[in-house]
Write a protein that binds this ligand. Structure first.
Ligand code: SAM
Length: 448
């Protein structure tokens, strides 16, 4: 029996890819173990989006090398975007790495492991395979409650800061029949909440299918209670999509809509292909149709050429949209991306970028806390996901994608319940259950 251990860093697509790698390994007879020290194969699924993230992961890979002191035959594989970006350079710098794999190689994992164990030199497989459609692969899911469904891989946008087109290649969309069959199959296994994944998920196109049509089709499957999607690009946010979100009961009133900056000058240099006014129009369009929609975003500060007034424009946009939350980043130059070739004098000193980041985080938190305070006392429906990290409470999720912690037994996991939101830390809620939806349904069903 061969054993494996996988660690995952980065975005939801990576979490989903890990489920796929685990599925491929499980169907070849590998079993997962609870610590890297017991594993024949260690895989680290990495992110390349910012230099910091890369440095942390490299440190972790070096630390995992200690396993080889007691188990010299253990193989270490680096997968995902950093592997794709660095390729054989990774093995040159860290000779204890045995495999460097890009996502299109995951189907061949068992064969690659065989190759790596048969020879001294490491195996590097980071080629893009235009015909790889990820169909027919077993997926080992982490949750029995919710599922990630990748519907698109790669990206056709060329934002000047972004490494994703280099690491993930051009956009490839998955056939709708395959997507819908996967969802139906998961519904039969008891999963009711689905998140459709893609780098710019709403640019999805396949024959005469566009994203709103796919979203409606998924939402219309019997047994699908909640559908989300991430991340949409503001440019592809059409009235058709807003209508689908408003009209399909299963589509959650929530959107993560990356804005990146509130300044037109910066947006232009980022090649985001929308203006601040166009972005705000889309926000208005969504709120007109879905008044209670929760909105989150991504923002980069310190992009080359960002002046104080550009940053003030970003703060102003955050104040006007009043996001429920935001992921905030300091610009990190990524080798090979167009922004690294911008004029040297445009580069923002780290201390300035850091100060902007801190101001932005303070504002985002303040607004998020105010919005969440407004919700305390309300009754809302949550889906119970798992036992919370600290153990004594259950972690549940509202339709608007916010976390609520509730007291209760393990057998509530997977249930929809009405809860009263009793408090907030600013970011998450504490809540108290009113009654379990399933109990109510079964009482009604059993009633004379
Ligand atoms: N295609 C995805 C999207 O549009 O949401 C991008 C996902 S990326 C993993 C998440 C966020 O990382 C981006 O939206 C952006 O805010 C941030 N990011 C990307 N490249 C960056 C860079 N070079 N420096 C800092 N932040 C970056």
């Amino acid at each position: 029996m061969r054993t494996y251990w996988v660690e995952t860093y980065g975005c939801q697509m990576n979490l989903s890819d890990t489920e796929l790698m685990e599925g491929v390994l499980a169907s070849s007879g590998y079993v997962s173990v609870s610590s890297p020290d017991e594993a024949d194969v260690i895989l680290v699924n990495t992110c390349a989006i910012r230099e910091n993230a890369e440095r942390r992961v490299l440190g972790r890979v070096a630390e995992l090398n200690r396993v080889k002191t007691s188990h010299p035959d253990t193989l270490i594989g680096v997968c995902g975007c950093m592997a794709q970006r660095l390729g054989s350079r990774l093995i040159q710098d860290a000779e204890y790495v045995d495999m460097v794999l890009g996502p299109d190689a995951y189907r061949s994992l068992p064969e690659i492991i065989e190759q790596a164990s048969a020879r001294d030199a490491g195996v590097v497989d980071v080629g893009f395979r235009p015909t790889e459609n990820y169909e027919g692969l077993e997926v080992r899911r982490q949750s029995g409650v919710s599922a990630w469904i990748p519907v698109q891989r790669g990206c056709n946008y060329r934002c000047t800061f972004c490494i994703v087109p280099h690491t993930r290649g051009d956009e490839k969309n998955r056939g709708p029949d395959d997507v819908l069959a996967e969802v139906r199959d998961l519904v039969e296994r008891g999963i009711t909440e689905f998140t459709l994944l893609g780098q710019t998920v709403n640019s999805y196109r396949y024959d005469d299918w566009d994203f709103p049509r796919l979203l409606r089709a998924v939402a219309g499957i019997d047994g699908v209670r909640r559908v989300r999607f991430t991340s949409p690009h503001p440019n592809d946010l059409t009235e058709r999509l807003a209508d689908a979100m408003a009209e399909e009961e299963a589509v959650c009133p929530q959107i993560h809509l990356p804005v990146q900056s509130g300044s037109d000058r910066v947006l232009k240099r980022m090649v985001r292909r929308y203006t601040r006014a166009e972005y705000l129009d889309k926000v208005r369009m969504l709120r007109e149709r879905i008044p209670d929609i929760a909105m989150t975003t991504d923002i980069i500060v310190g992009f080359p050429g960002e002046e104080d007034e550009d940053f003030e424009a970003t703060l102003d946009l955050v104040r006007s949209v009043r996001y429920d939350d935001a992921f905030t980043f300091k610009y990190s130059p990524r080798e090979g991306t167009p922004a690294t070739r911008m004029k040297e004098e445009w580069f923002v000193p780290d201390a300035v970028a850091q100060e902007r980041l801190e101001r932005l985080i303070r504002l985002v938190r303040e607004i998020a806390a105010e919005r969440n305070m407004d919700e305390v006392g309300r009754t809302t429906e949550v889906l119970v996901e798992k036992r919370a990290k600290r153990g004594e409470l259950l972690q549940a999720r509202t339709e608007t994608n916010k976390v609520a912690l509730i007291p209760g037994p393990d057998d509530w996991i997977g249930r929809y319940m009405d809860v009263v939101l009793t408090g907030t830390t600013g970011a998450t809620f504490t809540a108290f259950p009113i009654e379990s939806r399933q109990e109510r349904t079964s009482r009604v069903a059993g009633a004379p």
